[in-house]
Design a protein around this ligand. Structure first.
Ligand SMILES: Nc1ncnc2c1ncn2[C@@H]1O[C@H](COP(=O)(O)OP(=O)(O)O)[C@@H](O)[C@H]1O
Ligand SMILES: [Mg+2]
Length: 284
């Protein structure tokens, strides 16, 4: 059964590659040369200590994710999903076990070194957007570059480019409260993209969005994954959202319960063509 599923998934993958444009096949070629996993967890444990109480949030998680994979992470609340994402994103450290990120052991790095790696390689997208409310869209997108010492004009240019790539050209000067939920999440994706990360970590990115807007956000993620080879990890509670990924990892009690390819992968761009358009540019 498992073998058959893998085979079907491989066929599905082939179809995706065949249907892509020339520019994408170059990205795919570059990806194919990189066979080492970009993320490698080896028996990762995480124990939170709060006074006398210990919470064993991860209990020996081993996982390998290749560059250019799109992985959905599922599991009930409290099963360890965010803990894993925080460790992958170098926001936190494992209590035990080894984490190799892009060939480097980052399990025991100092806080400053982790911040440097994070800034260089990883973009974050959250359920609640986490935008600065008194700050324009373009300034929100510029934020991650403030730490990299990029000069003002170049910062603006890159932020502009990132906003355009998520379909928000013309919205640069809007503040978050002048944008719909979907538009705010697109600003957050532009902010995640602006340092050209190899990995994007998205924790429930569609949790606060309606169904069409969710598909629009998934269309952006699928495009970034396909065209730029960005590795994507996405936590979701919704099975239909997980089906936009190539692979689904399910957590239970701090362990991986299952890890399977997606059999019938959904294509957000295709689906949008037949979904009714709500004109979110003019309301909200
Ligand atoms: N900073 C923390 N301090 C103490 N316990 C935590 C902390 N973060 C998470 N936990 C606990 O670790 C377990 C896993 O949490 P989490 O990774 O947030 O799960 P999920 O994202 O799957 O809902 C839960 O029991 C949670 O209460
Ligand atoms: Mg969580």
């Amino acid at each position: 059964m498992r073998g058959e599923r893998v085979q079907l998934a491989a066929e599905a993958d082939t179809k995706i590659i065949e249907s892509t444009a020339e520019a994408e096949s170059r990205a795919a070629g570059e990806r194919a040369t990189k066979t080492e996993p970009v993320i490698k967890f080896d028996h990762i444990h995480k124990i939170y200590k709060m006074g006398d109480i210990e919470v064993h949030a991860l209990r020996g998680v081993s996982l390998a994710i290749r560059q250019g994979e799109f992985v959905a992470v599922m599991g009930v609340s409290g099963s360890g999903k965010s803990t894993m994402m925080n460790i992958i994103g170098c926001l936190d450290q494992p209590t035990r076990g080894t984490y190799i990120l892009d060939g480097h052991d980052v399990s025991k790095l100092s806080k400053d070194d982790r911040a440097d790696i994070r800034n260089l390689k990883i973009g974050f997208v959250f359920q609640g957007f986490n935008l600065l409310s008194r700050t324009s869209a373009i300034e929100n997108v510029e934020l991650p570059m403030l730490y990299s010492g990029i000069e003002t004009a170049e910062r603006k240019r890159r932020a502009q480019e990132a906003l355009e790539s998520v379909g928000l050209a013309g919205r640069e000067n809007n503040h978050p409260n002048q944008l719909s939920g979907g538009q705010q999440q697109r600003v957050a994706i532009a902010r995640a993209l602006v340092n050209h990360p190899t990995i994007i970590l998205a924790d429930e990115p569609t949790g606060a969005l309606d169904s069409r807007t969710s598909v629009e956000v998934m269309e952006i993620f699928q495009r970034l994954n396909r065209e730029r080879g960005i590795t994507l990890l996405l936590v979701t509670h919704e099975h239909d959202i997980a089906e936009y990924a190539q692979r689904v990892v399910i957590f239970r009690d701090g362990k991986i319960r299952s890890d399977e390819p997606v059999l019938h992968r959904r294509d957000a761009a295709d689906e949008l063509k037949t979904m009714p358009v709500l004109d979110d540019d003019d309301d909200d």
